[in-house]
Write a protein that binds this ligand. Structure first.
Ligand code: ATP
Ligand code: MG
Length: 558
């Protein structure tokens, strides 16, 4: 059991309910669970649910279970079970000994289904899936009773046992609850409890030929585990009467109460496992951990710190009404965290060579650079200055407009941690493109200040040609170009510019040599992290996020 800590009351309606339940002495401890179906990787929407369920268990006396709702073996895989556990841990939560699987309860769920049959509350239906669907009725029309609805208990038991024994092919029969085909709530119109499925299950192998429906398994699994507050998203609100029906009819060991909250929706993002699975399967992205994916694996690979995700879900809160959160809010949280925690380095994304004509050939010198402007304990490092350097192509203009203060012919700028330099000449290729600059430096400005007090208007990052290393830098933009992508036709909304590869970038040699997977800031460019695609010869860095919210501004400009 987690050590109880003082609960902060009134932060959201669910915590209010829990506090009231505790005040009334209804429970001695609160038990929640995060119940993923292992049919895909977790996404940032799940992070909201994880932080809520595990957060409650930390704030109140209680515990949170990790339970896999593994009732559909056709879509479920061990890979997903493993990734989900890794992602919950990465986000910073721990289920301790409380790891469970709905498949652990298959035997008990089966016995309870037999009991429903014996009590006249369930029957085997031989109709096809299509016939069942057509007879279900609509929101305005009642459904029609199945011709098999009044089978005898003995016949039902016999057929259900033979379904279990594997006698019948897939889809030929189902077990249904006998509730009310005219119920206003369609979920109560004789829902399916079991279907025949000859499929290999990641945990129970080939033992079972029938599998419980999610609706039948979910609430009973909660009851078996003694879940007090069964927290889920709003789409299950209409299922609650059915869950309560099961709890009332079956000899379950406890009575969980379900509370629904609004799922997370984000602009420029689709958070549906169906869509995410298709993005991977159809090759729109490089995998579940593609840094453009809203999955935790993708965000981890992209360098998003878990603390930023925790802060994000804290800020958005928990409400009862659906809404869409601006992705800018997530980006803000990522920037804040990275600004605080990441060391500064220099990287040149699109290099332009500079030769300092008055710097002696063959000479170099070590200059001191600080690792974090707000954190002296992060220390300093040496960077090597020499005759040949690289600057950013964008930082030079041959014919600059009035307000361009960076490098241009005759103009003087500061090179960060180094000297003032002035552009004296431009070398072009056959096509007329600038390929190299000639500059002079002022030796009296070492460290970046002039003794005569003269000022420059720009400070630019740079790298030494000899002591920097070529790297590939990947710049990611939103995966979708549409702020509210269409889930049913998402391919049309994909952003063709979601990945830009800068194959000829350069980074500090020490950055290239380090295998650190901590994100760092490349000054003036953003936050970057080493990618697993790096090879000994060519490091690959992904941009986690830029320094400023340029995207929102571009969108606003239209
Ligand atoms: P899909 O994204 O395809 O809808 P799912 O929600 O069915 O997937 P589950 O594995 O069933 O995925 O989800 C586990 C838990 O996470 C559930 O309790 C679900 O309500 C919650 N959850 C899923 N998506 C979100 C979301 N966007 N915001 C908040 N909670 C979510
Ligand atoms: Mg679900």
């Amino acid at each position: 059991m987690t050590e109880p800590v003082a609960a902060e009351v009134g932060r959201d309606f669910i915590r209010d309910i829990i506090q009231a339940d505790l005040d009334q002495g209804k429970y001695r401890e609160i038990v929640t669970r995060f119940p993923p179906e292992p049919n895909g990787y977790l996404h940032i929407g799940h992070a909201k649910s994880i932080a809520l369920n595990f957060g409650i268990a930390q704030e109140f006396p209680g515990r949170c279970h990790l339970r896999f709702d593994d009732t559909n073996p056709v879509k479920e895989e061990q890979e997903y079970i493993d990734s989900i556990q890794a992602d919950v841990r990465w986000l910073g939560f721990d289920w301790g000994k409380n790891l469970f699987f709905a498949s652990d309860y298959f035997e008990r769920l089966y016995e309870w289904a037999e009991q429903l049959i014996r009590d006249g509350l369930a029957y085997v239906d031989d109709q096809t899936q299509e016939e069942i669907r057509l007879a279900r009725g609509t929101l305005t029309e009642p459904g029609k009773n199945s011709p098999f609805r009044d089978r005898s208990v003995d016949e039902n038991l016999d057929l259900f046992r033979r379904m279990k024994a594997g006698e019948f092919p897939n889809g030929t029969r189902v077990l249904r609850a006998k509730i009310d085909m005219a119920a206003g709530n369609i979920n109560l119109r004789d829902p399916v409890l079991y279907r025949i499925l000859h499929a290999h299950h990641p945990r129970t192998g080939t033992k079972w030929h029938i599998y419980p429906s999610y609706d039948y398994a979910h609430g009973q699994s909660d009851a078996i585990e003694g879940i007090t507050h069964s927290i889920c998203t709003l789409e299950f609100e209409d299922h609650r009467p059915l869950y309560d029906w099961f709890i009332e009819k079956l000899p379950v060991p406890s009575q969980p109460h379900q509370y629904e909250f609004a799922r997370l929706n984000l602009t420029y993002t689709l958070l549906s496992k169906r869509v995410l699975t298709q993005l991977v399967r159809d090759g729109h992205v490089a995998g579940w951990d593609d840094p453009r994916m809203p999955t935790m694996a993708g965000m981890r690979r992209r360098g998003v710190p878990p603390a930023a995700l925790r802060e994000f879900v804290k800020r958005i809160g928990v409400a009862k009404a659906n809404s869409v959160v601006d992705v800018g809010m997530l980006e803000f949280c990522i920037r804040e965290e990275l600004n605080r925690t990441s060391q500064r380095r220099m990287g040149v994304l699109r290099p332009l060579k500079v030769v300092i004509e008055n710097y002696p050939e063959g000479q170099t010198e070590e200059l001191e650079a600080i690792n974090h402007p707000d954190d002296p304990s992060a220390g300093t490092r040496k960077i090597t200055f020499g005759r040949e350097l690289y600057i950013e192509q964008d930082d030079f203009m041959e014919n600059p407009p009035k307000k361009f203060f960076r490098l241009s012919p005759g103009n003087e700028v500061r090179l960060r941690y180094a000297y003032f330099v002035k552009c004296t000449g431009v070398i072009k290729n056959d096509k007329g493109e600038v390929v190299e600059l000639r500059c002079t430096y002022d030796p009296a400005t070492k460290g970046g200040n002039a003794p005569d007090g003269r000022k420059v208007k720009a400070t630019m990052h740079w790298l030494p040609a000899a002591n920097s290393v070529p790297a590939e830098i990947r710049i990611y933009n939103q995966l979708f170009a549409n702020p509210s992508p269409d889930a049913s036709n998402f391919a049309a909304d994909l952003n063709p510019q979601s990945l830009e590869i800068l194959a000829d970038a350069r980074i500090e040699a020490s950055v290239a040599q380090s295998n650190s997977t901590e994100p760092m800031q490349f000054e003036r460019q953003g936050y970057f992290v080493r990618d697993k695609d790096s090879t000994p010869g060519k490091p690959v860095f992904s941009r986690t996020i830029g320094l400023r919210d340029t995207f929102a501004k571009e969108v606003a400009k239209g």
